[in-house]
Design a protein around this ligand. Structure first.
Ligand code: FAD
Length: 445
């Protein structure tokens, strides 16, 4: 069997490794248009901030390692420019010499990811305006900072990438302003939880403009002026655009594969596209929202890795099903941690799902043991049967643990009554005899 994989990072590399484990004899060719495969997207902001110091650390696996370890034909700087489904063939452009050639497949896996949205506003093409998706983007931003020592930066978009970038620019001594169109940053959480994060950002001297968008970016003398919809103008030395990503569907669309209403490649529960010989995974596809059952695009690394593995399982003849994405996510925001799982109020409202909510602010561990700090937990659940629909947590320590426990409870179809019963690890430095997750259950039930 000959399998071609397009895209060599989260979904693509996972699919390749899994396929090799399941089938020693398959011919596997992995095409990646960039220079690197299997790099740590999620670590990129921290290289800019100097938290991750060595470039090599961003490379989880080099093409050579992957070839040697898994016997995979890894071809970097090779862009798949079209698919010919009738002939089961892809056309590849070798970016080192611009030559094109074709390669046939028995099965094809697409994992081309998502592309940053670049708004159609004047000035966005200035060399001091950046987006962050891959290693070259990261070097561009870091080199710019190293060479030009900017004093001010505007981050457009308060999603988790924007916020991580803001923190890392701040770590480089840059005064950061965040501009966000919505009434709060971090769209995965609701306003009242985000308000805690807004305060934290203010305490770090990060300026926030909410309910305002960017109208234009204009060069003024040696700097830029970011002009907002409200008319406010912010002087800055650089801009990072982080207003979200959209599925990269070009190849799939040109090949006539079905595209869903949310703009991602349509796949079934086996991660198979409308062509039975072509699978698609990761940020490029539409998934089922685990809570609402509706189609959604949810660009996250964990789901991309799992879907890559599932596509490989099915190609190797092991029936494996993707049950949906619940959007479990977490981000470090300076000293705080912000995490969420399941649906928030906005998403539930949009789907017309009835819900009830409770918010508690217990200490992260026993209050008599030093350094206990509050953790705010919002639980959203069904008023009919108590099924957990979503949770958000904001605090300093132990946020990750609580959200992961609730994320697991959601997967298991548990209710707020079940949270009361969970027996969770306790000693004073870590928790309380009634863990915050139990408390969330007590208050909600
Ligand atoms: P990618 O990992 O983006 O890989 C797609 C690859 O396909 C790219 O390398 C691209 O060059 C290649 N490609 C595209 N088209 C072609 C073609 N025609 N031919 C050949 N190659 C092609 N997620 C989290 O869950 N947690 C985080 O903390 C987190 N932090 C992030 C921070 C940043 C700065 C970024 C950019 C993303 C972050 N993400 C995070 C999101 C996560 O990285 C993605 O969800 C995940 O990488 C998606 O995997 P993928 O395989 O679909 O796409």
């Amino acid at each position: 069997m000959k399998v071609i994989i397009v895209g060599g990072v989260a979904g693509g590399a996972s699919a390749a490794a899994r396929l090799r484990r399941l089938d020693e004899n398959a011919e596997i060719i992995l095409f990646e248009k960039g220079e690197y495969i299997s790099f740590a997207n999620c670590g990129l902001p921290y290289y800019i901030g100097g938290v991750i110091k060595e470039k090599d650390k961003l490379l989880v696996q080099t093409p050579e390692d992957m070839s040697r370890r898994f016997n995979i034909d890894v071809r970097t700087k090779s862009e798949v420019i079209s698919i010919v489904p009738d002939k089961k063939e892809v056309i590849v452009r070798d970016l080192t010499n611009n030559e094109e050639y074709s390669e046939t497949y028995d099965k094809l896996i697409l994992s081309p990811g998502a592309e940053p949205i670049k708004p159609d506003i004047p000035g966005v093409d200035d060399s001091r305006v950046f987006t962050l998706r891959n290693i070259p983007d990261t070097y561009r931003i870091k080199d710019y900072i190293d060479q030009h020592k900017p004093r001010r930066a505007v981050v457009v978009g308060g999603g988790f990438i924007g916020i991580e970038v803001a923190e890392n620019l701040h770590a480089r001594g840059i005064n950061v302003t965040i501009v966000e169109l919505a009434d709060h940053i971090m769209g995965q959480i609701d306003y009242e939880m985000a308000a805690i994060v807004h305060n934290h950002l203010h305490s770090k001297n990060v300026e926030l403009y909410l309910k305002d968008g960017v109208n234009a970016i204009q060069p003024v003398n040696d700097h830029l002026a970011v002009v907002l919809n409200s008319g406010k103008s912010i002087d800055t030395d650089m801009v990072v655009m982080g207003i979200g990503v959209k599925p990269d569907i070009k190849l799939a669309k040109d090949a006539g594969l079905a595209i869903g209403a949310r703009g991602g490649i349509k796949v079934d529960q086996y991660m198979r596209t409308s062509d039975p010989n072509i699978y698609a995974v990761g940020d490029a596809v539409e998934v089922k929202d685990f809570i609402s059952g509706q189609n959604a695009v949810i660009p996250l690394a964990g789901p991309a890795n799992k879907q890559g593995r599932i596509a490989a399982d099915n190609i190797a003849g092991r029936s494996s099903i993707y049950e949906g994405t619940q959007g479990t996510s977490i981000a470090k925001v300076f000293d705080m941690t912000v995490a969420a799982t399941g649906n928030n109020e906005r998403q539930l409202g949009r789907s017309g799902i009835k819900y009830q909510k409770s918010i508690i602010h217990p200490n992260s561990h026993a209050s008599y043991y030093p350094d206990a700090l509050p953790i705010s937990i919002k639980l959203i659940f069904s008023p009919d049967d108590g099924r957990i629909l979503g949770a958000q947590a904001v605090g300093y320590e132990g946020v990750d643990k609580r959200i992961d426990v609730i994320a697991t409870a959601i997967r298991a179809g548990m209710t707020v009554y079940d949270l009361e019963k969970l027996e969770l690890a306790y000693a004073p430095p870590y928790s309380s005899a009634k863990d915050p997750v139990n408390m969330a259950g007590f208050v909600a039930a």
